[in-house]
Structure formats: structure tokens, C-alpha cells
Ligand binder design. Structure first.
Ligand SMILES: [Zn+2]
Length: 180
């Protein structure tokens, strides 16, 4: 990476502030979601602090903006080579996609292991039922249709033994829920 911060952040900051306001969000809310201090967001918006490209991407994704359009509009200010930017975008998007997939699977599982049907053994730090993600088709890209939420016992079983019956059971279960 040649340059990790934006060269001239003022126009971008102004735009981000307008977007935030148009969505009716407070600086605190955005800072909480992104995981930085409210004063940092405030400084970014005023263009008083250079923002790392990673952070900018988090904001772009959080505000659900079109990344390519944003990039084109501000390519002079951003001052990062397009290829470098794409590399970061792909990395970030993969993370966001993965999070979206896991959220969908969690909603589908509804607090129960999708194999044994038992309630999650405990609650994790976020207050969510503790279930682990398991990719049914290893080597394939994960989607909500090949990822299941399992209790630690079932996950260990699936991992260690090659359980064809359980595999088919889970595949069918996902399919049935999908058809509803
Ligand atoms: Zn289980």
C-alpha cells in the first residue's frame, strides 16, 4: 500500500456528514457501530483528521453507499491507487458478506443447534445464544445455504466423523426452511 490515508478529506468529510444527517443518525451511534470514538467521527467529518482507508470503507459500508461510485467521485481526494483500493474493498466486503451470512444462519437457527435441536449451551458475551458456524461443503464459498449453526458437541462430531446422514439431514433442513 502506497498511502493509507486520504490526502484531502474535507470534501469527503462534508459528504459523509450529509449522509449521516440524511439517515437521521447521531455521531455517537455511528461511532458505536464502527468502533471508534465520537470525536474521531466528528474530526473526520470536518476534515480535521486524515482517515485511514480502512475506516473510510467501514463508513461507506455502514452507510450502504455504492463503493465504486464513491471511489470515482473522490478518487483525487482519496489518493489511493485503484488496484490497492480494490484489494481493500474485496477484503472488507468478504468480511461483511461473512457477517451477513452468519446473521442469517443465526436467525434461521433461532437459538437451537440445527443438528440436535437443543438450545445453545450458554449465552455469549453479546447476550446471543452460543452456537458455532459450520460450513457443510468445505472448499466451497460459504453461503447461508451451506452454513449451519451447531452446538459445540455437534460441531466436533461433524468435524471429526464423516457423517453422511447428518450432512443430508442438515442440507434438507436448510432447503425446507428456504422453501417456506
Ligand atoms: Zn447439537
Amino acid at each position: 500500500m502506497k498511502q493509507e490515508t486520504c490526502r484531502d478529506y474535507i470534501p469527503i468529510g462534508r459528504n459523509l456528514r450529509n449522509i449521516r444527517k440524511s439517515k437521521g443518525l447521531k455521531i455517537d451511534e455511528v461511532a458505536n457501530k464502527i468502533g471508534c470514538s465520537p470525536s474521531a467521527i466528528s474530526m473526520y467529518e470536518r476534515g480535521e483528521r486524515n482517515v485511514k482507508i480502512e475506516r473510510l470503507l467501514e463508513l461507506i459500508i455502514f452507510y450502504q453507499l455504492d463503493i465504486k461510485q464513491f471511489m470515482n467521485e473522490y478518487k483525487d481526494q482519496i489518493g489511493v491507487e485503484l488496484n490497492d483500493f480494490h484489494e481493500i474493498i474485496n477484503g472488507r466486503l468478504k468480511d461483511t458478506n461473512q457477517i451477513n451470512i452468519e446473521n442469517k444462519v443465526r436467525v434461521r437457527a433461532d437459538g437451537r443447534c440445527e443438528l440436535c435441536g437443543k438450545h445453545a449451551p450458554f449465552v455469549d458475551r453479546n447476550g446471543e445464544p452460543y452456537l458455532e458456524m459450520y460450513l457443510l461443503d468445505t472448499g466451497e464459498q460459504s453461503t447461508e445455504f451451506n452454513t449451519v449453526a451447531l452446538c459445540p458437541n455437534c460441531k466436533a462430531k461433524m468435524k471429526i466423523m464423516n457423517l453422511e446422514g447428518e450432512y443430508l439431514y442438515l442440507k434438507n433442513k436448510i432447503q425446507e426452511k428456504e422453501d417456506i
